[in-house]
Design a protein around this ligand. Structure first.
Ligand code: HEC
Length: 302
């Protein structure tokens, strides 16, 4: 009986292990991210700059491509990025993996800029002779041409977002751009409704809840996140008086665990002091005890 149960458990453990291994090879990159291409040309110059970034940020785990010096003590073992497995991933998948990470593979979204991440990929691709790049039309300088305006209509309780592009030919509306509306809260941003696309006039309208607390004057910081195929991702924030006036103290006004010494809660200060005293007491006791041993040793007649 015991033996049978043991076998079942062993079988379950082994299958979970296998399933996990299979699942890990699949990065499940969303289709639109998978199809993404680099706007940086993969040539000797970008690969050279990518190599420097690679040596600093990646080589400690992934080793040098093709040299077999990957960090084998990790689980899963970081793949050699010149391998067929890695090279069969699309540029978009590589960019996604670098941006979001998984387990021991860190995410580099905040450590490396978009441009730096593409340069590292340029370096990785330089180990693939058969690779042919599809360059993206996206031009990061175009983001500067965009102007987002955000307005609140008190009567309808709606926030209207209007997106214009300052093209050479004149100012035009940006249609079909994905817009997300957020409100800045203490910790992070709260999304108001789902993302929407701008219409032919470059506009979209969000119903704004009437019960969002603002500061003393009801001012709320609205953040518009725009995502467009050609113009990229843009964030713009505006302060508008559309919340419920709330007399909330700033987070650092009261004693709280994130406060500095003057603003820390008493219990944390007490706990800390108790710890320091307890440590001191043990130390004193040890010195006392050692001294006693020393004395008793030297007093003994030989
Ligand atoms: C701390 C160790 C570590 C560092 C640093 C690191 N990686 Fe990774 N990387 C991993 C591990 C572990 C995996 C496997 C993760 C998995 O399969 O869940 C991985 C997976 C990958 C993959 C997927 C490969 C494939 O064939 O599935 C790519 C691409 C990658 N890393 C690129 C990079 C790049 C580029 C850098 C530097 C900018 C980097 N990594 C830095 C540990 C690391």
């Amino acid at each position: 009986m015991y033996n049978r149960n043991f076998k079942i458990v062993a079988l379950a453990v082994v299958s979970v292990f296998f399933l996990q291994t299979f699942a890990q090879n699949n990065w499940n990159v969303p289709a639109d991210k998978k199809a993404k291409n680099s706007y940086i040309k993969f040539d000797a110059a970008s690969a050279g700059q990518g190599e420097a970034i690679y040596n600093k940020n990646c080589a400690s785990c992934h080793g040098n491509p093709g040299k077999g010096n990957v960090q084998k003590t990790l689980n899963p073992i970081p793949p050699d990025l010149s391998s067929i497995g890695t090279q069969s991933l699309t540029d978009g998948e590589l960019f996604y993996i670098l941006s979001s990470g998984r387990g021991l593979m860190p995410n580099f979204k905040s450590m490396l800029s978009d441009e730096e991440r593409w340069k590292v990929i340029s370096y990785i691709r330089s180990f693939n002779k058969g690779y042919v790049q599809t360059l993206s039309k996206f031009d990061p300088n175009k983001a500067k041409l965009i102007k987002v305006s955000t307005n609140y209509d008190r009567k309808t309780a709606q926030v209207k977002v209007d997106v214009k592009v300052n093209e050479k030919s004149g100012i035009v509306a940006l249609k079909n751009a994905e817009i997300g509306l957020f409100v800045t809260r203490y910790f992070g941003k709260l999304q108001i409704q789902k993302n929407q696309l701008t219409n032919a006039d470059g506009q979209t309208v969000f119903d704004f809840p009437k019960d969002i607390p603002g500061d003393k004057t009801g001012t709320v910081e609205l953040v518009v996140k725009l995502n467009d195929e050609n113009y990229g991702e843009i964030e713009s924030s505006t302060k508008l008086q559309l919340g419920v006036p709330t007399d909330k103290p700033a987070l650092t006004d009261k004693r709280a665990i994130w406060g500095t010494l003057a603003k820390a809660p008493f219990w944390i200060i007490l706990l800390y002091l108790a710890g320091v005293f307890a440590f001191g007491a043990v130390l004193l006791y040890l010195i006392f005890a050692l001294n006693k041993i020393r004395k008793s040793g030297s007093n003994k007649p030989q």
